[in-house]
Design a protein around this ligand. Structure first.
Ligand code: BEZ
Ligand code: FE
Length: 310
């Protein structure tokens, strides 16, 4: 009896039936027909990403059932988006931003576990060659806006100071424009600069209280926002990229707490942990000490970096 049982157990498993290829297009099999076209030498990751995209794109079409005219509108919309994209304007990134895709990719790739500074969108107005300044410098070159003292420390996840961290900062001016949007109107490199944390991890500089501003909405993305009755404004913020050897670089913002658009950011970039407390200071002695006019605003903001993943 035992011998017989052994024999049964040894039996070869039934052969998997060969996967049936789909050659001809049908609505029912549309996904499989497209996915089956890739060959044996297909790059695995590209195939995975494309197959997943096709699966969801076909599901969208089957659910939304666009008319031929609507499909052509979509094609023209994407064509216009491409034509508007240049070295100076990236309409496709704006599309990704306003559909919440940039924030989704960003958040899935940078989940923070132990109170490290959260990241948010980079946006199109960063430039890599901003001037390097010593701590305490004033980056507001047009003299507009309420003066702000920005200060804090760069720390590791155990809240120990990180000296020599680089803080790349940029923001819009009092009128809601970045310097690169107003060449010849604002001084070049207005409201941007690179600072380095000192031996105690401290950084500090002078700037202007930021203002909310609309994202560029005179193109295809603007048409979409108008058709959806959506707000084009971004709540007031300062941008930072904070980096240090051995740590993950964080691309982030500090938001002002009193902006009317905080809960309606056109690109979904607000995270509660990034809303700062800007204090009103009226203290002539302190102002003189810091080289600030009196009164002024002051914000203390610490950046917490996570260790670089190996
Ligand atoms: C920005 O904050 O600079 C920005 C981000 C996304 C789209 C447009 C502007
Ligand atoms: Fe911005």
């Amino acid at each position: 009896m035992a011998k017989a049982a052994k024999k049964v157990a040894k039996k070869r498993p039934a052969k998997k039936p060969a996967r049936k290829m789909s050659y001809y297009f049908t609505v029912k099999d549309s996904v499989k027909v497209v996915q089956d076209r890739s060959g044996p030498k297909a790059d695995k990751r590209v195939k995975y990403l494309t197959d997943t995209l096709v699966k969801h794109l076909h599901a969208f079409i089957k659910e939304a059932r666009p008319s031929m005219n609507e499909w052509m509108y979509g094609i023209n919309f994407l064509t216009r988006t491409g034509h508007l994209s240049t070295d100076w304007r990236q309409e496709f990134i704006l599309l990704s931003d306003t559909l919440g895709v940039s924030m989704l990719v960003e958040s899935l790739n940078h989940s923070k576990m132990s109170g490290e500074t959260e990241s948010t969108v980079l946006g199109p107005f960063y430039i890599a060659n901003a001037p390097h300044y010593p701590n305490g410098a004033n980056i507001c070159l047009d003299g507009k806006g309420a003066p702000v003292w920005v200060h804090g420390r760069v720390l590791d996840s155990k809240r120990r100071p990180i000296p020599g961290a680089k803080l790349d900062v940029w923001q819009a001016n009092e009128d809601g424009f970045y310097d690169v949007q107003q060449k010849g109107v604002q001084p070049d490199m207005n409201l941007r600069g690179v600072f380095e944390s000192d031996d105690k991890g401290r950084y500090y500089f002078r700037s202007a209280y930021p203002k909310f501003y609309p994202i560029p909405y005179d193109g295809s993305v603007g048409d979409m926002l108008k058709a959806l009755d959506r707000n084009p404004n971004r709540p007031a913020h300062l941008h930072f990229i904070v980096s240090a050897p051995g740590y993950e670089t964080v691309t982030t913002h500090i938001f002002t707490p009193d902006c009317p658009w905080l809960k309606d950011d056109a690109v979904f970039g607000v995270k509660e942990s990034l809303i700062a407390d800007f204090k009103d200071v009226n203290d002539a002695k302190k102002a003189a000490e810091l080289g600030m006019p009196n009164p002024f605003k002051s914000v203390e903001w610490n950046f917490v970096l996570s260790k670089e993943k190996k």
